[in-house]
Design a protein around this ligand. Structure first.
Ligand code: ZN
Length: 343
């Protein structure tokens, strides 16, 4: 299933206002984080509002961006932004609240209001606001947004937008494809929220190699991170991708389940489609615990995907092994040879 299918299944198989809203937040093109800030601002001011001028929307929007800039200076994939500079000036005390409001109303909404309802090049069927910048200097909140808020979805949707925002920041920071960081799913709708794409995970190589130090996860043979070498590594799903979308309750495509393997191990492992040997599951657990305890940037993602405590995470891995062992009912896969451990 490609990306468009995943979006369509997610948003439109069970059409509802909150599904449309989540499609906007989860699947929007994140060239910048403004969509998350606008989502948060709309949830904050939308309950009883009708017309919201840009002057009123400015601070709920800009203070969110400013807050995120304190920990992640990269908030977009472009080089320069006068609006971001205004938020930075606000953070450093060079610009006061009124200055931030004025600059945001003038510079902050240029693309995000147009782009908000667009998911994969088309507009979601229900709008949460109407653009009335030309006539009324603001946006008109629709019944759909008020309905979402009346139904009590506000706090969850606010937390989800924040969680998604942090994921995108992590993805930018580590240069990872963000679908590897997927954490939002509910058991009953899991297949809708975990896109099934066998693409672009090569971007995970540098982030994973910090721990593996240039050695295959399974056999410890030397591997190259750069593409094109004879020994270039592959990104391998320790629990087979085919067992997904969830294994042990965690997304099979999540970074918790990804390791770097030499071409030989990757090919034999993926082709065999057999459950991993217990020793690799233990090795994976040690790897993930190491990244978490060392406050690696992947820490929040790994915890969100597999559990908040070491015992929960270890139980997730055990359930995953049970899942694939039952489904496969075949002998576990083990590398044909193993060199001296490198990690
Ligand atoms: Zn190997």
């Amino acid at each position: 299933m490609d990306r468009a299918d995943a979006v369509a299944r997610f948003a439109y198989e069970v059409p509802s206002l909150d599904a449309y809203w989540r499609a906007i937040v989860l699947f929007g093109q994140n060239v910048a984080s403004y969509k998350f800030a606008l989502a948060g601002a709309l949830l904050e001011v939308g309950a009883d509002a009708e017309l919201v001028t840009l002057d009123v929307l400015a601070l709920p929007f800009a203070t969110r961006v400013a807050e995120h800039l304190r920990t992640h200076d990269k908030q977009g994939t472009f080089q320069k932004s006068q609006f971001l500079d205004a938020c930075r000036a606000f953070n450093s005390g060079e610009l006061d609240t009124e200055g931030l409001r004025a600059k945001t109303a003038r510079l902050g909404f240029q693309n995000v209001i147009d782009a908000f309802h667009i998911v994969d090049q088309s507009e979601v069927p229900q709008r949460f606001f109407i653009d009335e910048r030309k006539t009324n200097k603001g946006v008109r909140i629709t019944d759909h947004l008020r309905e979402l808020l009346d139904d009590g979805h506000g706090p969850n949707l606010r937390d989800e937008a924040e969680a998604r925002w942090r994921l995108v920041e992590t993805a930018w920071e580590l240069n990872l494809p963000r679908h590897l960081l997927t954490v939002e799913f509910e058991p009953e709708t899991a297949t809708l929220l975990v896109p099934r794409r066998r693409t672009t995970i090569t971007g995970a190589r540098p982030a994973l190699n910090g721990y593996q130090k240039g050695h295959c996860f399974y056999c410890f043979t030397a591997i190259e991170i750069a593409s094109g070498a004879a020994t270039t590594c592959q990104v391998d799903h320790l629990f087979p991708w085919s067992a997904g979308p969830l294994v042990g309750g965690a997304p099979v495509d999540g970074v918790w389940n990804l390791v770097l393997a030499c071409a030989r191990c990757n090919s034999w492992h993926e082709k065999s489609d057999r459950p991993p040997h217990q020793r690799y599951v233990e090795r994976l657990n040690i790897r993930n615990e190491y990244l978490i305890s060392s406050y690696h940037p992947l820490r929040p993602t790994l915890m969100a995907q597999t559990g908040d405590s070491p015992s929960e995470r270890s139980a997730t891995l055990k359930r995953a092994l049970d899942d694939v062992s039952v489904r496969g009912a075949r002998a576990p896969w083990v590398a044909p040879e193993e060199l001296h451990p490198a990690f």
